[in-house]
Design a protein around this ligand. Structure first.
Ligand code: DX5
Ligand code: ZN
Length: 217
């Protein structure tokens, strides 16, 4: 599978979301990455169900919903109903990630498990079998536009080894500080999905930047 690009709407223009989504619809973006923050798990609050429902009506592309919320198990069904196709929960935020991942799959969505930069890959060993995707945070979650944490590369190698040893088909997504310089080495190390917010939406030509991120081989 060639890699996917998932623009993060956190950096989009919320005053004119329709325009940005129309651009994404015409672009080579594979998924739309939506960051939900509760002001508890992370020191920021973003958006919730109604924005996701609105975005759902404006695009046919899969919605990749990244939940940065405490006890995400409380809201899985509502995010699915709002239009999420992929639902990712943080290992650090869930009391029972195995059950939560199973619940997501029961809702006919893809299930992702996320770890913060400070959380070692080893903690995934008991849950990875339940996941369709692992999301490695390459910045501390909460804000767009931060710089990429280089140690993420080591974690990708460790994660790749774990996936191979267990003979699984789990996808690897990286989120935070992805730019046109680190995208190529990330893909080379085995990343399947690149999330990018600032790099896309702060560029002069977001459509072209998505094309550039997609063209990396
Ligand atoms: C950070 C979010 C990211 C963020 C990425 O907490 O999970 O998805 O929008 O933004 P950039 O690509 O600007 O680092
Ligand atoms: Zn995210």
């Amino acid at each position: 599978m060639s890699h996917l690009v998932a623009p993060s709407l956190l950096s989009a223009n919320f005053l004119n979301l329709e325009k940005d989504i129309a651009m994404l619809n015409q672009s080579e973006a594979d998924w739309l990455h939506l960051d939900v923050m509760d002001g508890m798990f992370v020191p920021n609050i973003s958006f919730g169900f109604s924005i996701i429902e609105t975005i759902r009506k404006a695009t046919d592309k899969p919605l990749d919903v990244h939940l940065m919320i405490e006890e995400p198990e409380r809201y899985l069904e509502r995010f699915r109903k709002a239009g999420a196709d992929i639902i990712s929960i943080h290992m650090e935020a869930s009391k029972d990630p195995v059950s939560a991942l199973r619940a997501i799959k029961k809702l006919n969505a893809k299930a992702g498990i996320v770890i913060n930069p400070a959380t070692p890959v080893d903690v995934l060993s008991d849950v990875i079998r339940e996941a369709d995707m692992v999301l490695l945070m390459s910045v501390n979650p909460g804000f767009g536009g931060q710089s990429f944490i280089q140690q993420t590369f080591q974690k990708i190698i460790t994660l790749k080894t774990m996936i191979t040893n267990l003979d699984l088909q789990v996808l690897i997504e990286v989120d935070g500080g992805v730019d046109l310089h680190n995208a190529a080495p990330l893909i080379k190390s085995g990343v399947d999905i690149l999330v990018a917010g600032n790099t896309i939406f702060s560029s002069e030509n977001p459509h072209q930047t998505i094309h550039q991120l997609k063209s990396i081989r």
